[in-house]
Design a protein around this ligand. Structure first.
Ligand code: ZN
Length: 824
């Protein structure tokens, strides 16, 4: 008997040893039933690694980057053994199909499906679903993998997801509390939705300001999948949303892309109907703004879709909904897994058609504008080129000739004399449709009710003159700029001032304690005219720096910053260098408010701006400690967009005003202006809409029309032409016109006692985007940027938020000028 037990034991051990070598389900691997806990990001990565180790012939992971908080970013390829062996050939064939790689493509019947999870960190069911989807594909759906390559990115935004998961894990009751009022359903500021710098990564695909987007675009562009799904969550009381999307659709979206969205939606419906799950389609989530996880892939040839499960930050592990049932994480995972699998199924069934239609998408011969010609400051041109490089969009130098077409600066037909310094971007390239979406003067709106901004035209965002031409303009390759040569001994050196590149150079000089002056009047020397705001670096100011000329020379070369040497303090047209119009720049200490009350998005954009773009130190102060903070330690205080009713109560406001009077500088952005509008001591006032007696009483508008009626009051991201006082320090480096992106309809009057640095004139010129008829009435003679003095200090008003999503490159210098030049 003894022997028998021994044999049984040996057999059992070897069976369990073999089992351990086999593929585990997510629940077995994690040690808890999937959906009963939030998995941390590293556990998810470990599970994918486990699957790869078990099935290396069918699963391959590729690390494509790291987040700001150093979490790894991975995609995983899943397919049949044969396809995985030929993965590179499949990828290259697809790029040939798109015309991106040279050579003829062979006919391919392999569908490429890319599933992206958890772009919004606190929409946390989808990363859990990615594990279940992976497991189900390999254990139950091998048939589909014969002709489909599935690419899974289990978590686009690991920093945000772990912020949410860690918060939930430390907050929730055991067992979880389904009461929607309990604290585990009320996530605190700033929430897990955005990434480290609090950017919404689902608004960043086209602008690629964040490291996650930049890394993802590199690998995305290597593939250009046929299908891309972005998994999300919406409010707890909503049913599931899947394709087809809502109007407006951008006009470049093909009939096939529309049609296949419907086919996919119907396939999902089959599974949802069988289970009796509720869903809706077509009512919200449109396809217009190019920077989403559905539109960007769509404009790159894919069927791009958003799927939305109920849940979001309020979902927790389980929550009682308005209709009285308990929505659990387990349910949420089941729904997202179902649509993920159904997407692979329908793609597999239509693999051949997906390939032929994908190829057709890249025929751009029908586009109206063939070439966009851009002209302007070389720094701004370089900034634009760096964006185009991220999308692998090609460009070239313009020929020397007159080019006619739609002229952006006058918003009508016109012409420019192009030279080889100018840039041409044509739609006659595989990514021509994306070129159109990014550069066209005004995107066509099939419906004014959209989910996002309606204008983003890049020539305006980068402050460049442009012509959209209906004929193809030939190019002559691109030329490298001449390298910066070593400086020789001189009286001083001058840099021009008109770009973020110049601003970065200033910040680096200040960091090295180099003294810099700037001129408040133009001067000329030796035939060179130096505009207001030029950076003037004199030998006499920098005797404390050893081998100063060499040190400055090295910095100029490192920054590729051209400097003009001057040999005397005596100018041909004054001011001379000793004039009071040539002022030493103080090195300001900057603080900004963060925390409850501030807009996380705007605070994050500022944070990113100082750390990653300007490279200048800033101290973040939490609003909850404002009344204890010694403001005298700072020269500048930035109020990001937000509501400051609590912080700037009577005592808070009086503290702030005393500090301003003693020389402090406040920079208020967007909604932060409401803390000052109409308040004693400030000249900022709301611009009231002229009363229109003939207007229909809003109380009598039929209930069903109210949403549309409300749209008349709205501006949803539209571009307006403004007049600039470029003699004001806040506008140094700008021309007399500036195109602003307006994000809301709140409007302020021109300042009576202050500088109206940029404003909208009596005749409003909207060049792109949607603005409601009622909102437009409030805009004549309204403030865009202004500044007023108070005692020895100043207050700067930025009605329009120039750091919005960090893509309005040409607006950023207004902020830099406010910090370094205004009231200096
Ligand atoms: Zn979302």
């Amino acid at each position: 008997m003894q022997k028998f037990y021994q044999i049984v034991l040996v057999v059992l051990c070897s069976v369990s040893f073999t089992m351990a070598q086999q593929l585990q389900s997510p629940s077995d691997f994690l040690g808890y039933e999937l959906g009963t806990q939030f998995s941390r990001h590293h556990q998810v990565v470990d599970y994918f690694k486990h699957v790869e180790a078990q099935l290396p012939n069918q699963v391959k992971m590729e690390k494509y980057g790291e987040t700001y908080e150093r979490r790894p970013l991975y995609v995983t390829y899943i397919s049949s053994e044969e396809n995985l062996r030929n993965l590179d050939a499949i990828r290259e064939n697809n790029l040939k199909n798109a015309g991106i790689l040279n050579g003829t493509s062979t006919t391919s019947d392999i569908a490429i499906v890319w599933l992206s999870y958890n772009v919004h960190g606190n929409e946390a069911s989808s990363t859990e679903a990615s594990m279940k989807t992976l497991y189900s594909l390999l254990t139950q759906k091998q048939e589909w993998l014969k002709n489909t390559v599935v690419i899974i990115d289990p978590c686009i935004n690991p920093d945000g997801r772990d912020r949410y998961a860690n918060w939930f894990n430390e907050t929730s009751s055991k067992p979880f509390d389904v009461d929607p009022q309990s604290s585990e359903h009320a996530e605190p500021w700033p929430g897990g939705r955005p990434n480290h710098y609090l950017f919404d990564l689902n608004r960043d695909w086209a602008w690629a300001s964040q490291i996650e987007s930049q890394s993802r675009l590199k690998i995305y562009n290597k593939w250009l999948p046929h299908i891309h799904v972005d998994f999300h969550e919406q409010g707890i009381n909503n049913p599931y949303y899947f394709a087809p999307a809502a109007e407006p659709f951008h006009e470049i979206i093909s009939d096939w892309q529309r049609d296949f969205q419907t086919q996919i939606g119907k396939n999902h419906a089959k599974y949802f109907d069988a289970k009796g799950w509720l869903y809706f389609t077509r009512e919200s989530f449109d396809l217009l703004y190019p920077s989403y996880g559905d539109t960007y892939p769509t404009y790159m040839g894919a069927i791009g879709m958003t799927y939305e499960q109920a849940g979001h930050s309020r979902g927790g592990l389980g929550v009682l909904t308005r209709e009285g049932h308990i929505l659990t994480l387990v349910d949420r995972i089941a729904h997202h897994t179902t649509t993920g699998l159904s997407t692979v199924e329908i793609s597999s069934r239509n693999a051949s058609k997906l390939n032929t239609e994908f190829k057709k998408f890249f025929d751009n011969s029908a586009l109206k504008y063939k070439s966009y010609v851009l002209q302007g400051e070389s720094d701004k041109m370089e900034a634009l080129k760096s964006l185009l490089d991220k999308h692998e969009i090609s460009y070239g130098n313009a020929p020397n000739k007159k080019v006619s077409g739609f002229k952006y600066s006058t918003n009508g037909s016109g012409s420019i004399i192009a030279t080889s310094k100018d840039l041409v971007i044509s739609t006659d390239q595989p990514k021509g449709k994306m070129v159109k979406a990014l550069f066209e003067p005004d995107a066509m709106l099939s419906d004014s009710l959209t989910y996002d901004i309606t204008a983003w035209s890049l020539p305006h965002a980068y402050g460049l003159n442009a012509i959209a031409s209906t004929s193809l303009i030939s190019t002559s390759g691109t030329t490298q700029k001449a390298p910066i040569t070593r400086l020789t001994q001189a009286y001083g050196y001058v840099s021009d001032w008109n770009s973020m590149k110049d601003a970065r150079f200033l910040a680096s000089l200040l960091d090295k304690d180099i003294n810099i002056r700037f001129n408040t009047k133009p001067f000329s020397q030796n035939g060179n005219l130096f505009n207001r705001g030029s950076l003037i670096i004199l030998q006499r100011d920098n005797k404390h720096i050893e081998n100063f000329t060499t040190a400055l020379s090295e910095m100029a070369m490192a920054h590729k910053q051209p400097l003009t040497a001057i040999q005397t303090g005596f100018s041909d047209t004054h001011p001379d260098m000793g004039s009071s119009s040539v002022r030493l720049i103080k090195k300001p200490k900057i603080a900004m408010l963060s925390g409850e009350g501030t807009s996380g998005l705007n605070y994050g954009a500022l944070w990113h701006f100082f750390e990653q773009q300007l490279h200048y130190p800033v101290t973040s102060i939490n609003t909850s400690t404002f009344n204890r903070v010694n403001l005298d330690d700072y020269d500048v205080l930035i109020l990001p967009s937000g509501s400051y009713r609590t912080v700037l109560n009577e005592s808070g406001m009086s503290k702030l005003q005393s500090w301003i009077r003693a020389g402090g500088k406040v920079i208020a952005i967007d909604r932060a202006l409401s803390a000052f509008a109409g308040k004693k001591g400030f000249s900022l006032q709301y611009n009231k809409n002229d009363k229109d007696k003939d207007k229909e009483d809003p109380n009598l508008i039929p209930y069903s029309d109210r949403r549309r009626e409300f749209a008349k009051q709205m501006i949803t991201g539209a571009i307006f032409k403004t007049k600039v006082d470029n003699t004001h320090p806040m506008a140094y480096g700008y021309s007399k016109d500036y195109f602003t992106l307006k994000l809301g309809s709140t409007s302020y009057s021109l300042l009576e006692n202050g500088g109206n640095v940029a404003h909208i004139g009596a005749n409003v010129t909207k060049v792109a985007g949607f603005a409601g008829s009622e909102a437009l009435k409030k805009l004549p003679k309204s403030l865009v940027f202004g500044s007023e003095n108070m005692g020895r200090g100043s207050v700067i008003y930025m009605v329009d938020n120039t750091l919005f999503r960090s893509f309005w490159e040409n607006g950023k210098l207004f902020l830099v000028n406010s910090i370094f030049f205004v009231n200096n």
